[in-house]
Design a protein around this ligand. Structure first.
Ligand SMILES: [Zn+2]
Length: 257
């Protein structure tokens, strides 16, 4: 379990170059608990949870989507305490319960709040592969590890598509697209424009990563906002940005003997 906590922290820290936003250090206890919320458009919020690592707060992105009487979350905050904060905020601010959570791969910054959600009776949906890895890594079994690799469904006024493009950051990484307003949650498969680093690649499949991103780019060719796992969202340019980071890394990697 300890190893996986370390992996999660490493995943987060290496995935992201600290932005100037955090140049002024806030209180560490506040950061460890805190979750921020940014409204992206009507009915869609980005949640940003932080971990304090090596003296710096590191942010992770997820989404909250509103229907008339219920909410859907894409990716949990990094731990149970932050997930609890998110649930309290949603209760107070949006006055609706979460009915469904979709996790985009089995690392702590995506499924770290799984136990809290299950304590509240909220179903966590993943692909069977993410369900398997979530158990192997000690995060527990998602209640609905049955998502197909490509599936589209309605949630309130939104049409959502869950898509597995192939391996990259991990073997199980999926993306979630919202047809209108054309937002794609890329998770850790996609890099923010603020970084040039491949991030944590301990579980990555480097040779397949670029092709998987190309498939996302093809399938979501009309995306106007792309949300990476860490750092600020961008436009479709994040797809090619990510590919160039991976290709550069592959070229610089020492050849295998
Ligand atoms: Zn990860």
């Amino acid at each position: 379990m300890k190893n996986y906590i370390l992996i999660s922290v490493c995943c987060i820290i290496f995935c992201f170059s600290i932005s100037p936003l955090f140049a002024q250090k806030p209180d560490s206890a506040t950061v460890a608990r805190s979750v921020d919320f940014v409204k992206m458009t009507d009915g869609v919020w980005r949640h940003i949870s932080h971990v304090w690592y090596m003296g710096e707060p590191v942010p992770s992105n997820g989404l909250i989507i509103e229907a008339d009487n219920e909410l859907l979350m894409v990716d949990t905050p990094c731990n149970d305490q932050q997930t609890d904060s998110l649930l309290r905020w949603a209760d107070k601010t949006l006055h609706k319960p979460f009915r469904k959570v979709i996790a985009t791969h089995a690392h702590g910054d995506r499924v770290g709040g799984l136990a809290t959600l299950q304590k509240h009776g909220i179903d966590v949906w993943t692909t069977p592969l993410t369900g398997e890895w979530s158990v192997k890594r000690g995060y527990g079994a998602p209640s609905k590890a049955i998502l197909p690799n490509d599936t589209t469904f309605r949630f309130g006024k939104f049409t959502l598509r869950v898509f597995f493009p192939g391996a990259g950051h991990t073997v199980d990484n999926i993306v979630v697209g919202i047809a209108e307003p054309r937002i794609v949650v890329g998770g850790c498969l996609i890099k923010t424009a603020e970084t040039q680093s491949v991030g944590f690649i301990g579980d990555a499949v480097l040779n397949e990563w670029s092709n998987s991103v190309r498939k996302v780019e093809e399938q979501f060719s009309t995306a106007s906002v792309v949300v990476p796992g860490h750092g600020e969202p961008g436009d479709k340019g994040l797809f090619q940005h990510t590919i160039s980071i991976i290709e550069k890394h592959l070229k610089q990697r020492p050849a295998k003997k």
